[in-house]
Design a protein around this ligand. Structure first.
Ligand code: PBG
Length: 324
């Protein structure tokens, strides 16, 4: 039945009617706040990400408490280690920055879900996500051992979930096997399954001091042109034991989020990354866009595309806006 029998505007007449037929909800319960923790005292602003800071562990504990209080259930931790080396030893040091932060956070806020990013790039002297061979290529299988050790040390510190972001083949199985063997069978894996080699990570690499010293990440992160491959990556991760699969970045990859959701039917996370955040902040500071309106619209779009969980630097602001 077409016009005039059908008039789509009938259900758009009032806010009450619009609310009744809204298909997608955006609430703080779906959000994850990423946080950067550093050793020592104080906070350091991240220049290309206004409002984001690297924090000391005690500041992170305070900040996470406030974010949790606002209804955001989870944080995702990234660490800035004291030292970097070829073997990324800071990543799996039981007294490393992330391990210390996890213990402090869980101690102060037992109900907060603490997820840790599992990767080597912030801990290696060369900034790559795996172990580099003499010829400059990445040793996939050797990297798996270090990644599994890293995840295990996070779990032992009390992490509620581990999130491998390195894009090595077989890492989900490697982590699952190691965690199960050491008594952490109930720690979920949130796999960065379809992680694209994206220019939108630029501001993050400033924040985490993790830019590769040579080359780029295209031998492990995905080609932005590929969506069938993204679905394969997600299906493989599910087969290897991933509890949640992730698509990253979010906004240029909404089609991938939908396809991964339809193909896997497991919970899907989308990472609204640093460059997406930086663009909104820059445009909003020039008053070219209304920050609150564009953020709520963008995150609703990510949810509508099929994301159950949205990891975003806007989480705290969104929770504040929605609670008012
Ligand atoms: C580590 C990692 C990166 C991000 C999350 N984990 C950077 C990268 O792969 O270079 C990016 C997050 C963001 O841009 O907000 N491998």
């Amino acid at each position: 039945m077409a016009f005039p029998a059908t008039r789509m505007r009938r259900l758009r007449k009032t806010a009450v009617l619009r609310d009744m037929v809204r298909e997608t909800e955006l609430t703080p319960a779906h959000l994850v706040q990423p946080m950067f923790v550093q050793l020592g005292e104080g906070r350091t602003p991240v220049e290309p990400m206004p409002g984001v800071e690297r924090m000391s562990i005690s500041n992170a504990v305070e900040e996470a408490g406030e974010v949790h209080e606002l209804g955001v259930p989870a944080v995702l931790l990234f660490g800035l280690p004291a030292d970097k080396d070829e073997q990324a030893s800071g990543a799996y040091d039981d007294e490393g920055v992330v391990q210390l932060a996890v213990r402090a956070l869980k101690d102060a806020h037992p109900g907060l879900v603490v997820i840790t990013d599992v990767c080597l790039c912030a801990y290696t002297s060369h900034g790559h996500c795996g172990v580099v061979r003499e010829d400059g290529t990445i040793d996939n299988d050797l990297s798996l051992e270090l990644l599994a050790k890293t995840a295990l040390s996070h779990a032992a510190a009390g992490a509620d979930a581990v999130a491998p972001s390195d894009m090595m083949d077989g890492r989900v199985a490697a982590l699952r096997t190691q965690l199960d063997a050491e008594g952490f069978a109930d720690v979920p894996i949130v796999a960065y399954s379809a992680k694209f080699a994206s220019a939108f990570y630029g501001p993050f690499r400033d924040a985490a001091d993790s830019a590769p010293a040579f080359g780029d990440r295209r031998s492990y992160q995905m080609d932005p042109a590929n969506a069938d491959e993204a679905v394969r990556e997600a299906l493989l991760d599910v087969e290897e034991g991933a509890d949640v699969v992730m698509v990253k970045p979010a906004l240029p990859y909404l089609d991938v989020i939908r396809r991964v959701k339809d193909a896997t039917r497991v919970p899907v996370a989308a990472y609204n990354v640093s460059g997406e955040y930086a663009m909104v902040k820059a445009a909003a500071s020039l008053r070219y866009v209304d920050e609150r309106a564009v953020v709520l619209e963008a995150l609703t779009g990510i949810r509508r595309a099929g994301a159950d969980i949205v990891i975003t630097y806007h989480a705290r602001d969104v929770a504040e806006w929605l609670s008012r």
